[in-house]
Design a protein around this ligand. Structure first.
Ligand SMILES: [Mg+2]
Length: 144
């Protein structure tokens, strides 16, 4: 049994912030299949973080309404069993796998960083740094 954390916006549903998008085809069925295979699947979304990205606390009533909105959406999709992680005091939840549209696979091997760095820079839209990293890699290759 694995603990699988699943993002919401852009992963289970299409991006529509601050609204809520449509379920991605296969998302609901896949959650059920993971659960039926014996895995612990739970929702882990920054949408349900009680703080804004700048650290300010959200209005508790607004945050609770957002939580209810997502809970109702899960419930009406037959996913009432799906836990929603909200305990940010606990920090990053324990999981074996994170499914997230903003995540990048890290191989965890020597040399992995130099292999993924260009893709990371492109993913965050930092083309200047991407060009600098690629130019440096080209210089190293020419020195070999
Ligand atoms: Mg997302």
């Amino acid at each position: 049994m694995s603990r699988i954390a699943v993002d919401f916006d852009g992963t289970l549903v299409t991006k529509a912030w601050p609204g809520i998008g449509e379920w991605f085809p296969g998302a609901i069925r896949s959650m059920h299949e993971l659960r039926e295979a014996g895995h612990h699947v739970f929702l882990y979304s920054s949408r349900l973080n009680p703080c804004w990205p700048d650290g300010r606390e959200r209005d508790p009533g607004e945050w609770e309404a957002e939580l209810r909105r997502v809970r109702e959406m899960l419930d009406s999709a037959g996913l009432a069993w799906m836990e929603i992680f909200t305990d940010i005091k606990q920090g990053k939840p324990h999981f074996d796998l994170l499914i997230d549209d903003k995540a990048m696979f890290f191989p965890g091997r020597p040399g992995s960083w130099s292999k993924i760095l260009p893709a990371v820079l492109l993913k965050v839209g930092d083309e200047d740094s991407f060009e600098a990293v690629m130019a440096e890699a080209d210089r190293r290759t020419e020195d070999e």
